[in-house]
Design a protein around this ligand. Structure first.
Ligand SMILES: *[C@@H]1O[C@H](CO)[C@@H](O)[C@H](O)[C@H]1NC(C)=O
Ligand SMILES: *[C@@H]1O[C@H](CO)[C@@H](O)[C@H](O)[C@H]1NC(C)=O
Ligand SMILES: *[C@@H]1O[C@H](CO)[C@@H](O)[C@H](O)[C@H]1NC(C)=O
Ligand SMILES: *[C@@H]1O[C@H](CO)[C@@H](O)[C@H](O)[C@H]1NC(C)=O
Ligand SMILES: *[C@@H]1O[C@H](CO)[C@@H](O)[C@H](O)[C@H]1NC(C)=O
Ligand SMILES: *[C@@H]1O[C@H](CO)[C@@H](O)[C@H](O)[C@H]1NC(C)=O
Ligand SMILES: *[C@@H]1O[C@H](CO)[C@@H](O)[C@H](O)[C@H]1NC(C)=O
Length: 429
């Protein structure tokens, strides 16, 4: 719409307006879904119509997570859309609609859902086999291709009724929404593309979807409007002071301490009933009140190398963070030499010119799960060895510390740069 309007204006007023329009379009828009560390990241939803039925079609819907480091963790995705006509979902496999809605006009066979705007959620891993399809039933968790390519996509199948039985008659659903389960993603319009091609296991025969459309969803931290979920503390071998997470990084303890737990809670009160779990953290009482704390410790310094120990601690009694990942920015990351207990991939969001950002994740099965708080195993560690030139003093104010840290795609609260541990210049290491 905007471009059509824009073009009409341009033909009237010429180049000056063209420039103004271009500036307007490129101006940072607060609602724009964009992450400078993953500018092309998106989740693509592919909808393949596989066969016609007497009153509609059977489709396989697959969501691909094409984001570098943002996965969809527990309690998982919720995909919604609005039907264009009077469609109903006769049946589903590999997922379910959260509400049946008003099916009172049906006699005999009752649809799975008659909602005009159904919301679909994944099934749990222990779902009976006759309700599963390939790539389904992971409790709504979708990993990234970087970290776990086998689990970076999710599929379900649905049989749609009252939908039309030709490619012309089928109308695309509108207004796709992806929630995880909170906001954050914005989905574009469904666009009909080339029909998907499927190969048999031996690769000797190809079949084709009758019709395929795609929807692209992108994430914006701004839209998500989540309170911070992690914070960073800094320490070093050359200064005894640990710079802790800023006070109230993720919220403040209320005066009676009723919004957090002192010590280990009784499991009964800590863990919600399965159906009622909202993903709300239940945190240990700390000055920062974050569900997760990350400590960056400068451990050693040699002439040409220095070493960092990263410790991630879970203060949330309600969450095991499976397949956690960190994205860290540091100017010396172009010279990471060795890793201990960590997997690693450099992220070069600016096309390789600036190589200062990296993604780290745990080694299966040793530290890929950050166990719930209160558990002896509620923390994970790893180390990095970095090469520097012998002139670089790591103790110079702030140099050895990260500039930016994300946990599972969420920006972590950092101490203020003035507080970074340092040594007076004369004693620099
Ligand atoms: C989504 O990501 C994929 C993989 O990186 C890319 O090929 C595709 O162009 C992206 N889609 C959009 C609309 O940006
Ligand atoms: C699209 O979905 C949003 C959120 O579910 C809703 O507020 C809005 O009214 C919907 N628009 C249409 C045209 O259905
Ligand atoms: C804290 O406790 C006091 C006295 O017991 C009570 O009046 C007050 O409402 C409580 N505040 C909160 C935030 O729970
Ligand atoms: C975390 O994992 C442990 C071990 O598998 C399990 O006992 C515990 O219930 C899990 N906690 C949550 C909150 O899921
Ligand atoms: C970035 O630096 C790492 C070494 O830390 C190197 O392995 C990688 O190839 C570099 N990537 C680019 C695009 O320069
Ligand atoms: C990192 O390595 C490159 C090439 O190996 C070198 O040119 C550069 O100076 C190094 N950077 C630092 C900070 O040591
Ligand atoms: C350690 O770091 C703190 C915070 O930057 C600083 O105030 C203090 O002077 C440092 N200690 C020494 C011995 O340099």
């Amino acid at each position: 719409m905007a471009t059509a309007g824009g073009r009409r204006v341009i033909t009237c007023y010429g180049a000056a307006v063209l420039l103004a329009a271009a500036l307007l379009l490129s101006a940072p828009d607060a609602t724009e879904a964009y992450d400078s560390l993953d500018p092309n990241g998106n989740i693509t939803i592919k909808w393949d119509v596989m066969q016609w039925t007497p009153d509609g079609y059977v489709a396989v819907v697959t969501m691909y997570n094409y984001q570098q480091f943002r996965h969809i963790g527990a309690p998982g995705w919720q995909l919604g859309w609005t039907w264009a006509k009077e469609e109903v979902i006769w049946s589903m496999a590999g997922a379910q609609a959260t509400e049946q809605g008003d099916c009172s006009r049906f006699k005999g066979n009752i649809p799975h859902s008659c909602k005009k705007d159904p919301v679909v959620v994944d099934l749990l891993p222990d779902t009976p086999y006759n309700m599963q399809i390939a790539n389904c039933c992971k409790a709504g968790v979708i990993s990234t291709f970087t970290q776990d390519p086998a689990n970076a996509a999710a599929s379900f199948q649905l049989s749609v009724g009252l939908a039309g039985t030709t490619t012309k008659a089928v109308k695309l659903p509108r207004n796709f929404t992806l929630r995880t389960p909170g906001p954050g993603y914005t989905c574009g319009r469904a666009i009909v593309g080339k029909p998907s091609v499927f190969f048999t296991a031996d690769g000797r025969r190809a079949t084709r979807a009758f019709m395929t459309w795609k929807v692209t969803c992108t994430y914006s931290q701004f839209l998500a409007q989540k309170p911070p979920s992690c914070c960073v503390s800094l320490s070093s071998f050359y200064n005894d002071t640990t710079v802790s997470c800023p006070t109230c990084s993720c919220g403040c303890q209320n005066p009676n301490g009723t919004n957090c737990v002192k010590g280990s809670p009784h499991l009964g009160s800590a863990i919600d009933d399965p159906g009622k779990w909202t993903g709300q953290p239940l945190v240990e009482c700390t000055s920062h009140m974050c569900p997760v704390g990350i400590n960056w410790h400068v451990k050693q310094n040699h002439k040409d190398y220095w070493r960092v120990k990263i410790t991630i601690t879970n203060f949330n009694f309600r969450m095991n963070y499976t397949e956690w990942n960190l994205v860290v920015q540091h100017p010396n990351f172009d010279n990471i030499t060795q890793l201990f207990g960590l997997n690693y991939k450099p992220l070069t969001p600016y096309g390789g010119d600036i190589n200062d950002t990296a993604m780290f994740w745990g080694v299966k099965p040793y530290n890929d799960v950050l166990m719930q708080g209160g558990n002896k195993l509620g923390s994970v560690q790893g180390e990095l060895l970095l090469r520097k030139d012998s002139q670089t003093f790591i103790s110079e104010k702030g140099w050895a510390f990260p500039r930016r840290v994300y946990l599972n795609g969420d920006n972590c609260v950092m101490p203020s740069p003035e507080d970074y541990p340092s040594l007076p210049r004369m004693q620099a290491l």
